[in-house]
Design a protein around this ligand. Structure first.
Ligand code: CO
Length: 250
């Protein structure tokens, strides 16, 4: 499959699905507190998606069981919500949500500290990961390449002493959750596919305090850091337009 460019009308539809994702994540962010289970977040998100007239994108995708991925501490991505996973003060939790509305997908993620300000190292991890996402977004311009996006993310992360996960990458998005191109959070400037008007990219840095290596747990979904270090994840869908990058998931 080649990279699919979207028309202005299609990008407008993606802005609607993206807006729903951001509303769901706003609600979830408000709920995050010590004593709340990740299944509480899942239930609220599922209800909100339905109220807003969309369908969840993840539930049933390769048999994934939930509408959210909730990844705590050393979990990088794809943590499965559970009644048994109770958030406590000092944890960090990544929440990833995707929806489909009118045939077009939206996908975004945030990482939140549970119970107020975390340890300084974790606060820095959250700030650097989000800043790296915005540097990647800034590079999503016509004439740049996928490698420019990855290099922009990687530079911020490594300059701050953290590492970029290699085993999972961002992606094109549109009428499918995952389209071409792959969007690694590392790379070399000028390398990889050229960005053209109408491309929509899900840029999603996954950043570890320790080394970049990951492994997948026995549930076949939850990806954790190999060294047990904490990990953060932020994601936005971004349209490449003549007037520069446009964030669709806000
Ligand atoms: Co994604």
């Amino acid at each position: 499959m080649a990279i699919v460019c979207k028309t202005a009308g299609e990008i407008e539809k993606m802005r609607r699905s993206g807006h729903i994702v951001s509303q769901v994540l706003d609600d979830v962010r408000q709920m995050i507190a010590p004593g709340i289970s990740t299944m509480d977040l899942e239930r609220a998100a599922e209800k909100k998606i339905q109220e807003l007239g969309a369908k969840p994108a993840f539930k049933g995708y390769y048999d994934y069981p939930c509408v959210l991925c909730t990844s705590i501490n050393d979990e990088i991505v794809h943590g499965i919500p559970s009644e048994k996973r109770i958030l406590k003060s000092g944890d960090i939790v990544s929440v990833d949500c995707g929806v489909v509305l009118d045939g077009f997908y939206g996908d975004a993620a945030i990482t939140v500290a549970v119970g107020g300000a975390p340890q300084p190292e974790l606060q820095k991890l959250l700030e650097v990961t989000e800043a790296s996402l915005y540097k990647g977004i800034e590079a999503a311009r016509i004439g740049n390449s996928v490698g420019d996006v990855g290099a922009a993310v990687q530079e911020v992360v490594e300059a701050n002493g953290f590492s970029v996960v290699r085993d999972f990458v961002g992606h094109g998005i549109g009428t499918r959750l995952h389209e071409e191109p792959q969007v690694p959070n590392y790379g070399r400037r000028g390398q990889g596919a050229r960005l053209r008007e109408g491309m929509v990219l899900a840029i999603e840095p996954m950043v570890n305090c320790g080394g970049p290596e990951s492994k997948v747990l026995g549930d076949k979904w939850t990806a954790v850091t190999a060294d047990g270090s904490f990990s953060a994840h932020f994601e936005h869908c971004v349209a490449v337009t003549r007037s520069g990058p446009v964030i669709l998931t806000q």
